[in-house]
Ligand binder design. Structure first.
Ligand code: PLP
Length: 224
């Protein structure tokens, strides 16, 4: 089995579980040839988690006539924002006011509006970044006046479990989905709840069953 077959299986699953969901192929640690291969197979959303690596790849691959959407899915430091806003079309890891201010400032200088997702640390794991559930509403209300940022939804990761225990991720995805729906009902001005980005190789099927409409898959696409 190769990339083509892996993608066919994943796309088939997505079609069955939520045909409107977006597949972001996570290309971190993958060489250029592999990225070109997924693009030639129809993939147009790419996810990277490190600025340096993304920057190098972006300089080779680019946006291919605006066909490619580059997603930042890793933790972003404020001193890397300048490069990040040049490469990425969506930042999925927004988790602090400092970051909002910096992204807004850099985007304003470029005349760009950055779509962002707010990252939720749904299991309150100390080693992970992201806001706590209870911090979200206050945070959104404190950032919705920034003109060069467009909040479009939420991103979350379930705690790591072995593949055979993946059902254990379900309650976490359910909680993020509830939060997503709750925020939607609040109708906060300038805050859209359009994307719910959750689900990776081992748990994307569960995430899709629990309301995800954007999955981020790396290993599952590139493994032999
Ligand atoms: C690496 C990564 C993924 C993809 O993980 P796989 O298990 O390889 O599918 C998804 N989201 C984030 C935030 C990641 O860092």
């Amino acid at each position: 089995m190769g990339i083509k077959e892996n993608l066919e299986i994943i796309n088939k699953k997505i079609n069955e579980l939520n045909k409107d969901a977006v597949l972001v192929v996570v290309t971190k640690n993958q060489p250029i040839e592999k990225i070109r291969e997924v693009i030639s197979l129809g993939v147009d959303n790419l996810g990277e988690n490190r600025i340096q690596e993304a920057f190098q790849k972006f300089n080779i691959i680019g946006k291919m006539n605006n066909k490619i959407t580059w997603h930042m899915i890793g933790h972003l430091q404020t001193n890397k924002v300048k490069n990040a806003v040049e490469v990425f079309d969506m930042i999925q890891s927004l988790d602090s006011l400092n970051l909002v201010e910096e992204i807004n400032k850099r985007c304003k200088a470029m005349n760009k509006i950055m779509p962002v997702l707010v990252e939720i640390n749904i299991a309150n794991e100390p080693q992970k970044t992201g806001l706590k559930e209870e911090e979200l509403l206050g945070f959104l209300k404190s950032i919705n006046h920034f003109e060069n940022i467009n909040v479009q939804g939420l991103m979350a990761m379930a705690p790591f479990v072995e593949k055979e225990n993946r059902e254990k991720t379900r309650p976490y995805f359910k909680r993020v989905n509830l939060l997503f729906e709750k925020v939607k009902k609040e109708s906060i001005p300038n805050i859209e709840m359009k994307y719910l980005s959750m689900g990776m190789t081992n748990d994307y099927e569960i995430a899709l069953q629990e309301g995800s409409n954007m999955v981020r898959i790396g290993t599952g696409v590139f493994r032999e």
